[in-house]
Design a binder for this molecule. Structure first.
Ligand SMILES: NC(=O)c1ccc[n+]([C@@H]2O[C@H](COP(=O)([O-])OP(=O)(O)OC[C@H]3O[C@@H](n4cnc5c(N)ncnc54)[C@H](OP(=O)(O)O)[C@@H]3O)[C@@H](O)[C@H]2O)c1
Length: 336
């Protein structure tokens, strides 16, 4: 396994990690979750990602039970949670969001469900535009000072919001965010590659990234090339929004690209998921790629992506660019 520093922090996170979204609580029970986590851990994975909102707390409960059953030393893995969406089906306004109250309560509830004693990483799952960023930075700083959280970060915050958090932290002697959790894959690149570009510099935030949906929810495995498999995520209740993309006017064009990428993967002796995961790791600003898997065979296939990484030479990457045609360099057009 390769380990990368989480931004400018001293924490070394495995280049491939494993997350609980969709799968834990919906597709996997405690024993199945432990089987997949064990396969990842045995391959050097040291980071397991979670959030209060995943299966409304159930994903954390399952991960906590699996970690307990595993018998692994607490100092041998990193576990995260994220606050924002709430863990209840219909949260009241104080049971969700980034108020100081909900940040505190969500943190202690996550620690309880995960049975983890503390959270290594704690993310603000989305920006909350009804809460001053200073309130968020203060709450996170205090949780770190109490020893309940080791590093705090954000997920899908704009570069402007991140710089505000950094500036507030610097102004009041508080702790700035260490890491951001953005979506990043071959089809979704702008924020990680362009918008955040300055934030990675050690003289600014020195931001680390724990990137999500590296396979675009499975699209970059080729499994949707000939329709929607009945046992796939796109067919789960509550994920109709994922399935809806198959009806978009761009779908055929996207699938043509997926087929062309699969051909490039085959040329370097990789499967498409391995190739697509390794491609994410060619970006040095990616600290870890959070993989998702609902089956053991997927996880074992995906964790071999590191063997493929050295085969993604500049020439191969250029061929990928030619297929994708979506590389952007300009700041203009940012979605902030
Ligand atoms: N911060 C955020 O807002 C946010 C949002 C989303 C995710 N995340 C984090 O990122 C993690 C990964 O995201 P993701 O699950 O969307 O990742 P992904 O890698 O894009 O998709 C994973 C899914 O693709 C399918 N798959 C994976 N490997 C496969 C293979 N080799 N062959 C065939 N199918 C394969 C499986 O779905 P099927 O069950 O359909 O087979 C699997 O559950 C999450 O668990 C979560 O921790 C964070």
């Amino acid at each position: 396994m390769e380990f990368r520093r989480l931004g400018k922090s001293g924490l070394k996170v495995s280049a491939l990690s494993y997350g609980a979204w969709v799968t834990f609580g919906t597709q996997l029970d405690v024993d199945a979750a432990l089987a997949l986590m064990s396969a990842a851990y045995e391959r050097g994975c040291n980071f397991f990602d979670n959030a209060e909102v995943y299966a409304r707390g159930q994903a954390e409960t399952i991960m906590g039970a699996a970690l307990k059953k595993s018998g692994w030393r607490r100092d041998s893995y990193i576990v995260s949670s994220k606050v924002f969406g709430g863990a209840l089906e219909n949260p009241s306004p104080i049971q969700r969001g980034l108020s100081r109250k909900h940040i505190y309560e969500a943190c202690y509830q996550a620690i309880e469900r995960l049975q983890s004693g503390y959270l290594d990483l704690y993310f603000c799952h989305r920006p909350d535009r009804e809460v001053p960023i200073e309130e968020v930075v203060r709450a996170m700083t205090e949780l770190i000072q109490r020893g309940d959280v080791l590093y705090w970060g954000t997920s899908e915050w704009s570069a402007t919001e991140l710089m505000e958090a950094y500036a507030v932290a610097r102004q009041y002697g508080l702790i700035p965010p260490t890491m951001e959790q953005p979506e990043y894959n071959m089809f979704h690149r702008y924020r990680v590659e362009v918008e955040y570009r300055r934030l990675y510099l050690p003289e600014t935030i020195g931001l680390g990234t724990t990137i999500w949906s590296p396979l675009a929810s499975g699209l970059l495995t080729g499994k949707y090339n000939d329709g929607i498999p009945s046992d796939s995520r796109f067919n789960l209740p509550g994920y109709e929004w994922l399935k809806a993309q198959t009806e978009s006017p761009d779908w055929e064009d996207t699938i043509a690209k997926v087929r062309a990428l699969a051909a490039l993967a085959a040329e370097v002796g990789a499967t498409l998921p391995q190739f697509a995961l390794a491609w994410c790791l060619t970006n040095p600003n990616v600290s870890t790629v959070i993989t998702g898997a609902s089956r053991l065979a997927q996880l074992t296939e995906n964790f071999a992506a590191l063997d493929v990484l050295p085969r993604l030479t500049p020439d191969v990457v250029a061929q990928v660019e030619a297929v994708l045609g979506n590389k952007e360099n300009s700041y203009y057009g940012s979605s902030e």
